[in-house]
Ligand binder design. Structure first.
Ligand SMILES: Cc1ncc(COP(=O)(O)O)c(C=O)c1O
Length: 220
């Protein structure tokens, strides 16, 4: 939590869950975004059957799986000659009222390059202000999540940015861990709550436990 600068003031509780790699972490994060968006649209009496997610065309294939499994349209920002990651400006232009989140990658699978999450946060904040929407950001830090905090501590890509609501990271890409371990972390319990009613549940606790990585609230 401290590594990714989760807000841990009084009354704030970031939550996290061990997963089967970043792939499962991304399914959970995406599902939480989808359900939160659906709840918001329902409350406003608007249609909630055409969710979409905005990513760069360089996303790892598990994002395509997420979109297919959970019936979310994948809107990909095209790459161009000499620019092989998601362009934040084009991504924000693609956001509409049905966008459940924008997913940025910290460490593109194609070339390892970090996307500009700070610029994405700033542009999306402006758009949210103009439109009254509340589009959040997920950071897929599968490979960069344990590199950036140590090598680029001043790089703002994590929960220091207000719109970053969840982050996934893989453990098994680094060694000395169980094969296939990953994590999903939410900036607050509220951000992974998938129901607005009194039957409110969080996604993390319903994830089936893995040996030695059972889901738990990591920091209270
Ligand atoms: C950016 C990115 N996201 C997600 C994944 C999927 O990670 P995992 O193999 O931990 O499921 C990868 C794996 O290469 C990746 O590079």
């Amino acid at each position: 939590m401290h590594l990714f600068h989760a807000p841990l003031g009084e009354g704030e509780a970031a939550v996290g869950v061990g997963t089967v790699g970043s792939s499962e972490a991304i399914m959970l994060a995406g599902l939480a975004f989808k359900r939160k968006w659906q709840n918001r649209m329902k409350e406003q009496g608007k249609p909630y059957d055409k969710p979409n997610i905005v990513t760069g065309a360089n996303v790892q294939v598990c994002w395509e799986k997420f979109a297919r499994y959970f019936e979310v349209e994948l809107k990909e920002v095209k790459l161009r000659e000499g620019y092989y990651v998601m362009d934040p400006k084009l991504a924000v232009e693609m956001v509409d009222e049905n966008t459940i989140c924008v997913a940025a990658i910290l460490g593109s699978t194609l070339n390892g390059e970090f996307e500009d999450v700070k610029l994405l946060n700033d542009l999306l904040t402006e758009k949210n202000k103009e439109t009254g929407w509340d589009t959040p950001i997920h950071v897929d830090a599968a490979s960069g999540g344990f590199i950036a905090p140590f090598i680029y501590p001043d790089l703002e890509w994590d929960f220091r940015l207000p719109l970053v609501k969840s982050i996934n990271v893989s453990g098994h890409k680094y060694g000395l861990v169980y094969a296939g371990i990953g994590w999903c972390i939410w900036r607050s319990k509220e951000t992974c709550q998938t129901s607005s009613s009194s039957t409110s549940t969080t996604l993390a606790p319903i994830n089936p436990p893995l040996p030695s990585t059972s889901p738990k609230v990591l920091v209270k």
